[in-house]
Ligand binder design. Structure first.
Ligand SMILES: [Zn+2]
Length: 92
């Protein structure tokens, strides 16, 4: 079974590129049994929506240079989340 950490990495990868079918199946299986990862997937999708809209919309957004870029900040938060996924169980 996939560990939650691996699932998180695969989910972020899926934001940038299409995952292979085998990966998507393994993710789907894990998500059916893991509430934590389902929740994280929801958060990732929300962020993806937000960044997608920000990147493509012609609506002028109040983005200033002192606002940290979504991507780098997001990456840091994600790394924290991934580390928090580590638990005491021997097998994830
Ligand atoms: Zn999980």
């Amino acid at each position: 079974m996939l560990s939650c950490k691996k699932v998180a990495l695969d989910m972020t990868e899926s934001l940038d590129q299409e995952l292979s079918l085998s990966k998507r199946i393994r993710l789907a299986v894990h998500l059916t049994i893991c509430r934590e990862c389902r929740h994280m997937k929801g958060q990732l999708l929300l962020l993806k929506e937000a960044t997608h809209q920000a990147g493509n919309s012609e609506v002028a957004l109040p983005i200033n240079d002192d606002v940290p870029a979504m991507s780098s900040d997001f990456q840091e938060r994600l790394n924290e989340a991934v580390e928090n996924f580590e638990d005491d169980s021997d097998e994830g």
